[in-house]
Design a protein around this ligand. Structure first.
Ligand SMILES: Cc1cc2nc3c(=O)[nH]c(=O)nc-3n(C[C@H](O)[C@H](O)[C@H](O)COP(=O)(O)OP(=O)(O)OC[C@H]3O[C@@H](n4cnc5c(N)ncnc54)[C@H](O)[C@@H]3O)c2cc1C
Length: 337
């Protein structure tokens, strides 16, 4: 649905003037929207949800931080363990090894299909509208200097050790994720498709992933801006969550941040504290701001800033995803100098 076609329904145009909110219409039943729908429904809210897709397509975004995601999904009765395809031992980036602590590869399509079984798709007259339309941000005002990267990806068969393989350059990276049974998800995101294709070529050369075993391929898009650059989060009676408001890390992690942003909105609605939503999002995702600053410094060739931010980013990721040895850290510094 185009923003210009959307009639803002509901009894108030300015949320802060409204009575407690009990009717919510969600647009976008992806990671954040579908989770929010079930949470609200469980708590007795009247909820409508709509998506432009007929069913969850693969979109291949299958890496997730197990601890955080499992805790969040438990709230709607989902055990993430049932969807885990692989637990890679290492994340190998430009030949530097990170010991994986928390990243699993999961079957996102199957998980979303199961959540969709709980959903009755319909539109209702609501107090607020939720924009969870991901990179499309179909309801909230457009972002002036938006940064949306194209991605290309394939599923392929290979015999390789079950690690996550990454080939990164200044503006993007290519990845190979194990999906179990010798199936791999190979893809890349960069400022344009030509660069992304080039990155995949480099990844194939570096890790010996030959091209001749493609099972399927598709394209996607990802917003690579932090929340601070995706304001407003709230406009009239529209509230954004997920990628629509920049809940994607500088390294492209959007699954847990999107879920977490939905959880924050849920807490605000239950406690009748929507006025705190923006500050709560900013507090929660300080680490995302740091990662984006780091990536920006690399892209702009600001070496000192890059090196100053590096220990912070390594500390964030050692806590969230994968740990770097002292030797690895030395190699990384050398690479970034
Ligand atoms: C190729 C690729 C790989 C990725 N890999 C990872 C990864 O490994 N790990 C990770 O953590 N993150 C990854 N991400 C990022 C992550 O997938 C997203 O950040 C996350 O899914 C965002 O969740 P969301 O709910 O905000 O949006 P989405 O999950 O994108 O959902 C948006 C939904 O809105 C619907 N929609 C769009 N327009 C409208 C409209 N006008 N009306 C109604 N519905 C609409 C769409 O159909 C969709 O269902 C990847 C992204 C891409 C593109």
């Amino acid at each position: 649905m185009k923003r210009s076609e959307r009639k803002i329904s509901g009894r108030a145009n300015n949320i802060s003037d409204a009575d407690p909110i009990d009717k919510v219409q969600i647009y976008g039943a992806g990671t954040a929207g579908s989770f929010l729908y079930v949470l609200l429904k469980q708590s007795g809210f009247k909820v409508g949800i709509k998506d432009i897709r007929k069913e969850p397509d693969c979109k291949c975004a299958w890496g997730i931080m197990y601890r955080e995601a499992n805790k969040i999904y438990k709230k709607i009765g989902i055990d993430l363990q049932d969807y885990v395809l692989a637990r890679p031992e290492y994340v190998i980036t430009n030949k530097i090894e990170f010991k994986n602590k928390n990243v699993v590869i999961f079957d996102k399509k199957k998980l979303l299909e199961d959540v969709w079984k709980e959903i009755e798709f319909k539109e209702i007259e609501a107090d607020i509208l939720v924009d969870s339309t991901g990179h499309r941000r179909a309801l909230l005002p457009a972002i002036k200097e938006d940064k949306i990267y194209p991605t290309i990806q394939t599923i392929e068969e290979h015999r390789a050790e079950e690690n996550i393989y990454v080939y990164a350059c200044k503006t993007g990276y290519a990845w190979a994720f194990p999906l179990g049974n010798n199936r791999w998800h190979v893809g890349a995101g960069d400022i344009d498709e030509t660069k992304a294709t080039e990155l995949i070529k480099k990844l194939r050369e570096e890790f010996e992933f030959r091209k001749d075993h493609e099972i399927c391929k598709c394209k996607g898009k990802i917003r690579l801006l932090p929340p601070s650059k995706c304001k407003p989060f709230v406009s009239k009676n529209i509230v954004g969550i997920g990628e629509a408001i920049g809940c994607v890390s500088g390294l492209g992690e959007g699954n847990v941040p999107s879920l977490r942003s939905a959880e924050i909105l849920y807490d605000c609605l239950v406690n009748d504290e929507l006025d705190k939503f923006e500050s709560m999002i900013m507090d929660e995702f300080r680490w995302i701001e740091v990662e984006h600053k780091f990536i920006e410094a690399i892209q702009e060739g600001k070496r000192l800033t890059t090196l100053l931010l590096l220990p912070k980013v390594v500390a964030i990721e050692s806590k969230r995803s994968a740990k770097l040895s002292v030797r690895g850290m030395r190699r990384l510094i050398k690479l970034l100098k």
